[in-house]
Design a protein around this ligand. Sequence first.
Ligand SMILES: Nc1ncnc2c1ncn2[C@@H]1O[C@H](COP(=O)(O)OP(=O)(O)OP(=O)(O)O)[C@@H](O)[C@H]1O
Length: 314
Amino acid sequence: MIQVEGLTKYYGEHAAIRDVAFTIGKGEVIGFLGLNGAGKSTTLKILGCVLLPTSGRVVIDGYDAVRDPHEVRKRIGFLPDTPPLYDEMTVGEYLAFVAQLRGVAPSEARSRVTEAEEKTGLREVDTALISTLSHGYRQRVGVAQALVHRPAFLILDEPTSGLDPAQIRGMRELIRGLKGMHTVLVSSHILPEISETCDRLLIIHGGQLVEQGTEEELARKLGGGSIEVEVRGDRAKALEALAGVGPVSVAREEGGVLALRVEASPELRPRVAQALVGAGLELLRLDRGTERLESIFLRLTQQSGGAAPREVAS
Ligand SMILES: Nc1ncnc2c1ncn2[C@@H]1O[C@H](COP(=O)(O)OP(=O)(O)OP(=O)(O)O)[C@@H](O)[C@H]1O
């Protein structure tokens, strides 16, 4: 549904992104991960038809973003890094205004506004002035303006930026709730913020795509991954049961509960469960280890493979 090929953007002589290529299928929720300055916003602005690439192609539903931006804009909703909000309007007025701009018939505008407000949890602030909203609510209005014309494809640039932990959780739930109705590309520079929400990750560094895949694929490809478990029962038995799966370390032991970490692919979780239950231990928790993925991300974004920031065109 979305094809990006050889996407390159120079700002003067500086290559912000170079030769970026990926494909996104209908209904996928994709995380676009990279450190500050990696090239996320530049890529997303090109997909959102607000910036022209220097070279390369973006094709959305068969339409080229450079040749047919009008057709592409009908199919996408874009939350830029700074949402374009009008402080003097109420939430409802602003969303109706945006709906109209995006070609929604006046007779349908009100119902589309209500629908967007419901999806983003804004019903109770419909009549509030945008200037009176908290940062978290302003971000929600930014998401609502992106989906008010029911686009198939949503591009969200750092939707959790500047939010507090409770608001981040709310935004994560909101994005999860969009799954099934929209194809979503959401950027972040913080791995845990999107790894739980997304089906697949694209990792950008120094303007180049350095990896892509599911968490498990990345973990397998780049160094194993890990599994975290909590069990109640005999420590020696637990360590013995897991010895055949991978190297085991004890993370914590408290009140008869043992937290263990197994250095093995998260795909081996069923084997871990069988081994522990088979050994007569009470299995309290079984999860993918996140720490290892975090270190994979750091490793990818610290190596010098990508185009260095401020690279000069040759
Ligand atoms: N208008 C511009 N003119 C010149 N250079 C720019 C411009 N916009 C971005 N850049 C540079 O291009 C590179 C990529 O920037 P971009 O904003 O796409 O990164 P990002 O991954 O979105 O970062 P952040 O998370 O900080 O927003 C950076 O080196 C940045 O300084």
